[in-house]
Write a protein that binds this ligand. Structure first.
Ligand SMILES: [Zn+2]
Ligand SMILES: [Zn+2]
Length: 250
């Protein structure tokens, strides 16, 4: 039976949707997988002891030099994982990038039967041997592989686990490279709580209220701001004009 709520954000899904994640969450997951490879060269640079990306903190080392930075090594290092071995535990903590991505690719490949046609034209459906990427076996290749399989992944009940683990991973990576998605403050107040807390976040299809969590699509925001902004602007000009009249510049 299909759920009626998104397993990631718990928003209502359309009744007819045969998926476990809403469009916005699928979009965000794709955006995270697109973003991840861009961090890899920065992490490789950070691997050197005492290295620090431009603009991060002061100079000088607090610890004696190590052959490599262990905190970055944790992310880049080799490893082998079985995803969903412990679906209720926080098992993604500390898993390096490529093994986590490859672990999901392997999991998806194992659950998604491969359909081939032999030379006599007979269709053969059999379990897949394992994921294969034409683009190699690094993090970027597995990100691309996972993006290609997202339409299948969202139809599976474990999509919420995959989302959470990738989100946790990207958070750990951003924390090291100090590259956060761009946020832009929007000028209209939130239609739900009236606070001026609506922001657009890079890789996020919605405009989100940071005070109450309300979300608007781009079209909804457009309609909302067109309805409220002219009146608010007129009010602001009037208040400003009044203040200027009461307190004329000396
Ligand atoms: Zn969702
Ligand atoms: Zn709000």
């Amino acid at each position: 039976m299909m759920l009626t709520c998104c397993t990631v954000c718990h928003d209502q899904l359309p009744d007819t949707a045969e998926v476990y994640a809403c469009e916005a969450c699928a979009y965000r997951l794709r955006a995270m997988l697109l973003e991840l490879p861009g961090h890899m060269p920065l992490l490789a640079e950070l691997l050197q002891p005492g290295s620090r990306l431009p603009g991060r903190g002061g100079a000088g080392r607090a610890h004696s030099p190590m052959p490599v930075r262990l905190d970055v090594m944790d992310l880049l290092g080799p490893g082998h994982i079985v995803v969903l071995a412990d679906p209720h535990g926080d098992q993604s903590a500390g898993i390096p990038i490529t093994p986590l991505l490859y672990g999901w690719a392997r999991y998806i490949a194992a659950s998604c039967p491969s359909v081939t046609r032999d030379r006599h034209g007979t269709v053969r459906i059999q379990p897949c041997d394992g994921p294969y990427s034409r683009h190699g076996s690094d993090a970027a290749a597995w990100c691309q592989w996972l993006i290609a399989y997202l339409p299948y992944a969202v139809t599976q009940s474990w999509i919420g686990d995959m989302y959470q683990q990738i989100e946790d991973l990207i958070r750990r990576v951003r924390d090291k490279t100090d590259r956060k998605p761009q946020r832009t403050q929007r000028s209209a107040p939130c239609p739900e709580c009236s606070w001026l807390k609506l922001v657009s976040i890079e890789g996020e299809p919605h405009i989100v209220c940071e005070a109450c969590g309300h979300r608007l699509t781009a079209d909804e925001y457009k309609a909302h701001s067109a309805a409220v902004l002219p009146a608010l602007t007129a009010l602001a000009i009037r208040i400003h004009g009044q203040a200027a009249a009461e307190h004329p510049a000396a």
